[in-house]
Design a protein around this ligand. Structure first.
Ligand code: PMV
Length: 341
């Protein structure tokens, strides 16, 4: 049995498989750290986690393996890459009063360190699988899963806002700000009105160091940063209104082209705070040539960019970009969020 079958197969022995989607930030990254809202969207690339009761603790993923006989090890002593899952295993067993252990196996369709929410999706799927295999039955938007996943993620990234884990657990599009938390964007009618292409720069980024660099920019240019934050808040509010109201059915391209224009505007703000680079600029310049507009998604300094296309234009745009040598894909919106089987 291959790794893929191994993780996804529910062997009928009480083993549970949960999966959760990755995400892109459509608008608002970085400014969200200082109080503005961001808009996130779950995408159709998933992390699958299989969970089974076992005597010891065993966690396997392509990032590494952790095996121990008991939970005596402190989470802080575990490799940061596996620490969130160790936290989940330990916490789920504690909640269930189980002293033996649990096995968690991870398989991911999402590249790590690319700003596509691989670690959040892993935490959400891990929490759902672990809670369910130990006798709990959380629904896909169960608060316990979100809470445990956000807590787990903070064992490795103490400043994680919880926005990624909410998008992954719920699916669809959400708004997020630090004060009010998340809110689902429920469209009043029709489909999303746009298509998305994701392109990977191939440069892995470290979110904390890029966020630190932006903090330096804010310290040295307080007035400029303040003005950009104000403009970003206005932009996110306009986008949210458009996404909620939905475009008239005969005006789907209108939604996509408005989003593309706003993406280009948002990208100009991100460039001003210094999170773009030559590779991202080149990729975005190319995408702008045959889509409605594009921008960095996530921290920048590397990672991915997204482009907005017409609803039926994303496959063609992705093929065009791939033919120019870019590592890209047409991303569908995931509306299922976290699921278990
Ligand atoms: O880790 P990424 O690439 O998904 O980006 C995080 C988004 C930031 O706004 C840059 C940081 C944050 O905590 O919101």
């Amino acid at each position: 049995m291959g790794m893929q079958d191994g993780v996804r197969a529910n062997g009928g022995d009480g083993r549970i498989v949960a999966s959760a989607p990755g995400k892109v930030i459509l608008f608002g990254e970085h400014f969200v750290v200082y109080g503005s809202s961001a808009i996130l969207c779950a995408i159709d690339r998933r992390v699958h986690v299989g969970a089974a009761k076992s005597d010891g603790i065993r966690i396997t993923s392509e990032m590494g393996t952790l095996e121990c006989e008991s939970f005596s090890r402190d989470a802080a002593d575990v490799d940061p890459v596996l620490r969130p899952l160790y936290h989940i295993a330990k916490e789920a067993c504690r909640m269930a009063g189980r002293s033996e252990g649990i096995t968690l196996d991870v398989e991911s369709e999402i590249p790590p360190g690319a700003g596509l929410g691989s670690s959040s999706a892993c935490c959400v799927a891990g929490a759902a699988a672990a809670l369910r295999v130990l006798g709990r039955h959380p629904g896909h938007n169960e608060g316990a899963v979100m809470r445990m996943a956000a807590e787990a993620e903070r064992t490795a990234f103490p400043n994680a806002s919880g926005a990624d884990t909410a998008a992954s657990a719920l699916g669809g599009m959400i708004t997020y700000d630090r004060k009010s938390g998340w809110a689902a964007i429920r469209r009043q009618s029709g489909g999303p009105g746009f298509g998305l292409v994701v392109s990977d720069s191939g440069i892995r980024h470290n979110t904390e160091s890029v966020v630190g660099m932006v903090s330096g920019f804010r310290d040295s240019h307080p007035e400029e940063f303040e003005e950009l934050s104000r403009m970003e808040s206005g932009l996110v509010s306009d986008v949210t209104k458009l996404l909620v109201s939905g475009a008239p059915p005969d005006d789907a391209a209108g939604t996509a082209s408005a989003l593309g224009r706003w993406a280009s505007l948002n990208q100009s703000y991100l460039s001003r705070i210094g999170v773009s680079n030559a590779k991202l600029d080149e990729m975005i310049g190319e995408m702008d040539g045959f889509t409605h507009g594009s921008k960095i998604t996530g921290a920048g300094g590397g990672g991915c960019a997204i482009a907005f296309t017409d609803p039926d234009g994303m496959a063609g745009a992705a093929a065009n970009l791939a033919s120019r040598g870019h590592d890209c894909f047409a991303a569908g919106i995931d509306y299922s969020g976290c699921t278990t089987s």
